[in-house]
Design a binder for this molecule. Sequence first.
Ligand SMILES: NC(=O)c1ccc[n+]([C@@H]2O[C@H](COP(=O)([O-])OP(=O)(O)OC[C@H]3O[C@@H](n4cnc5c(N)ncnc54)[C@H](O)[C@@H]3O)[C@@H](O)[C@H]2O)c1
Length: 448
Amino acid sequence: MIILVADGLDKIKQGIESREVRIGIIGMGYVGLPLALLFAEERFAITGFDIDASKVDTLNRGGSYIVRIPSTEIQLAQKNGFQATADYGRIRQMDVVIICVPTPLNEHHEPDLSFVTDTVKAIAPHLRQGQLIILESTSYPGTTEEVVVPLLEHGNQAGLRVARDAVSPGFYVAFSPEREDPGNDTVARRDIPKVVGGCGPAAAELAEAMYGTIFRRVVRVSSPTVAEMTKLLENIYRCVNIALVNELKQLCMKMGIDIYEVIDAAKTKPFGFQAFYPGPGLGGHCIPIDPFYLSWKAKEFDFCTRFIELAGEINTAMPYFVLAQTVAGLNEQRKAIKGSKILVLGIAYKRDIDDLRESPSLTIIELLREKGALVAYNDPYFPTVGHGRHYDLNMSSTPLDKLAQYDAVIIVTDHSDYDYRTIVEQSQLVIDTRNATKGIESKRVVRC
Ligand SMILES: NC(=O)c1ccc[n+]([C@@H]2O[C@H](COP(=O)([O-])OP(=O)(O)OC[C@H]3O[C@@H](n4cnc5c(N)ncnc54)[C@H](O)[C@@H]3O)[C@@H](O)[C@H]2O)c1
């Protein structure tokens, strides 16, 4: 069904209600694919767009490339009309287009919006009246109004403009941040309230109606800018609090206090405290990156976001702290890091997931190698690791037998599959950055 704006908002909402609207989701990654499947579960016919031909092929063959999404879920979605394509010409057939492409940092630690701008430029020539375009990719406040809207308006030959109310002709635009926590099964995705900000009330109303079909609660805010800032506040809050416990951990170690015991006690307070845990450094596509989208934008206003900068400094230093602890642990055993055999446990950036983007393990491996250590790794989710934007490792996961051959084993990612008692029993030295060996008493363990 192609719905025109002249049909009125009620008609479009009826189309949503009857599942006749066609939804295109651009970017079939960790965010876009699960979103497509949620809509497909609700009997919407979804078209997934991606420039990665191997993803398009896999999906159209009914396969999956994300460990936590079984192929059967893709096949079920196909029964409801799900298909994948790389052909932007098909955008014209969509009533709603949701953009879920990456928003990384460039080599100067500044926002790299090229994936978003490439996508929007590719959509623009196929825009038509009445379409709703929603950006989900995390970005700085102002991206939707200052970048997405102008590119859409200037890139279409029909002279279409954004419709800021229900009677004006044009297309609708909204921003709605993704708030998923990969690997966290305690909250079902549909129970995570969806924040929506529209370029005008009509866009917000439509986006709310759309997301209301798959999320139990939709939270409407006054503008895309507020929605963009909401997402950044959530991630900055985490980044700053993780930095705080990372710093306090280092102090506690000097004072002979167990930071984990302290956090466990503090979190019994029924108000005013939320537990965050220290670790080997930040990972993933969100917490290490998103705060810097805001600190970059803040410069436009002659404003320095000191909390973000300080948190970044502390969190970025954590892999170096792990290296220092490893050197110290080996030193206690009269060994030098140069020439030592070291096994890194876990390449994923956090427990039980198949995502290694920005993983502290990658930095730790590189730091160990620079010091002349002979490094191996094990990760049940990554049989091999090649090269990416910030690493070039070309390694294969090594089996977990013969642990005694390593001078040190570093637990960087605390996957649940690991048998930590056996690991401690069989290793010469264990550097535990995640408190994974809690309750296992051994002089061979350094908790840091
Ligand atoms: N992964 C998370 O847990 C998470 C959580 C919240 C928010 N986010 C945000 O969501 C956005 C997407 O993240 P992700 O983790 O899904 O990324 P991803 O790398 O897993 O997936 C992005 C997909 O977009 C595709 N793509 C890139 N450019 C394209 C283009 N021009 N046209 C079509 N497809 C294109 C890529 O091939 C890839 O498949 C980012 O802004 C991220 O910050 C991610």
